[in-house]
Each structure stands twice: as structure tokens, then as C-alpha cells.
Design a protein around this ligand. Structure first.
Ligand code: GTB
Length: 221
């Protein structure tokens, strides 16, 4: 059964692979599972048909027959559990890989999202510039800890896993800030993941949505 995911019809990231459907596309590409994409506008995301799939009116969602999932952590874990390639067979190694999915989403992503909030939503507040260094220091704390753990290894545990997929997806949000450049092993970790053919296919697929939209709107390629 071919799963159907939802993605932004007009992604604000302009095809840079930062919207969260990218993690789901990447997981599906890693395991070789074909998928379909239903594009939704911002207004459609808040209407009843989409809210029936996602109570918070967001993307991505994942439909597989009568199963509908939301939350990228749950979706990626579901894909990883049902296919070979994203979780080790050994039970303890598998539990460690799953631990890194949660670490990415619960421990690393929140401090990174706070930077987006500070810049995009609070940038015009009088206290914004004063708060920014605190937000960046919290990110540096987490990046330093992650960098120490990774050391000179290629991946967080033995071999690439769904934990790396999620961690890299989260770290990519930092690229424009320059903070990742302060940790050469993390920078190389992200670059290594981006070189994976599955990542490249997922990136190209989400970028094609933006490009075709541009062409439909009459922009030059
Ligand atoms: N915890 C949920 C999950 O992991 O699935 C979070 C889902 C989520 O935040 N979805 C966002 C959404 O639907 C899209 S990815 N937002 C619309 C809304 O809430 O109304 C977040 C995102 C948006 C834009 C960029 N960007 O422009 O770079 C990057 C990421």
C-alpha cells in the first residue's frame, strides 16, 4: 500500500528542505518505500478535512490505508519499525537508535526552535536583542554536548539509523545561523548525511514542488 504524506503547497523555506515533510520523505527514501504527496495550502491545513488527520492543523501527515499518523517522530519511527534499514536488528542497539530520535526532538530541537522564535516572531520586541545571546548559548551547550558524544565517529551509534536521520534534520535548521560551523565534527556529520542518495532524492522531490510552483507563477528557472 503506497503511503500518502502531506506537505506545504507553498513552503516558506522555498525548497531548502527545512519543512518537516523532508524527514518523512527521507525516511521513506532510505527504506525504498514509494509514496505519494498531497500538497496543502495554509488555509486547507486549518479546515475540517485536514484537521481530521492532524488535530493541530499542520504538515506532515502520513496515511497508510486506514492508519493516519501525525508528528514526524511517530511517523519516522513507524516507517523504521516496518522496514529494514533505519533501525538495527539487535534489541539493545535498536533501543539506543530510538533514544536518539527522542533526543533530537525533545532535547536538541526545542533550543533550536527557540532561535527561530527569537528571530522571526520576537525580533521586533525591545528585549529581543538582549535575549538572543541567551538563546544562542543554550544551543551551544547542546551542540557542545552532542559534538563531544559524536567525537570522530561517523554516526551516533554503530551505523546510520533513524536517530541520525532525525538529529541531522534538526541540526539543518541551524545552518543559516552559522552556529553549526563552530563544531566541525557536527558540520561534517550533517554533510555526510546530506550526501546519502536517499537524502538527495528526498531533497530533490521537495524542491521540485517549489520549482514547479515558481514556473506555474511565471518565474524564470
Ligand atoms: N511537532 C510537529 C512534527 O514534528 O510533526 C511539528 C509540525 C510542524 O511544525 N509543522 C509545520 C506546520 O505545519 C511545518 S514544518 N506549520 C504550519 C502551522 O503550524 O500552521 C515547520 C517549518 C516551517 C517553515 C520552515 N522554513 O520556512 O524554513 C521550516 C520549518
Amino acid at each position: 500500500m503506497t503511503p500518502i504524506i502531506t506537505a506545504f503547497a507553498q513552503s516558506p523555506d522555498r525548497g531548502r528542505g527545512l519543512a518537516r515533510d523532508m524527514r518523512v520523505r527521507w525516511a521513506l527514501e532510505e527504506v525504498g518505500q514509494p509514496y505519494q504527496v498531497r500538497l496543502v495550502s495554509f488555509s486547507e491545513m486549518k479546515q475540517a478535512a485536514h484537521l481530521a488527520l492532524h488535530p493541530f492543523g499542520q504538515i506532515p501527515t502520513y496515511e497508510e490505508g486506514d492508519l493516519c499518523l501525525f508528528e514526524t517522530g511517530a511517523i519516522v519511527l513507524h516507517i523504521a519499525e516496518r522496514h529494514q534499514g533505519l533501525l538495527p536488528a539487535d534489541a539493545k542497539a535498536r533501543a539506543r537508535a530510538i533514544t536518539w530520535i527522542f533526543a533530537a526532538l525533545n532535547t536538541v530541537e526545542p533550543v533550536i526552535l527557540d532561535l527561530t522564535t527569537a528571530k522571526l516572531l520576537e525580533g521586533d520586541k525591545p528585549w529581543s536583542q538582549e535575549r538572543l545571546p541567551l538563546v544562542e548559548e543554550r544551543i551551544r551547550t547542546r551542540l557542545g554536548q552532542l559534538s563531544d558524544y559524536l567525537g570522530d565517529a561517523d554516526w551516533l551509534e554503530e551505523g546510520f539509523s533513524a536517530g541520525d536521520l532525525m538529529m541531522v534534520s534538526v541540526l539543518l535548521r541551524l545552518r543559516a545561523s552559522g552556529l553549526l560551523d563552530e563544531y566541525p565534527n557536527l558540520w561534517a556529520y550533517v554533510a555526510r548525511a546530506e550526501e546519502r542518495p536517499a537524502y538527495q532524492r528526498a531533497f530533490a522531490a521537495q524542491k521540485a514542488v517549489f520549482t514547479s510552483r515558481q514556473q506555474a507563477d511565471g518565474h524564470q528557472p
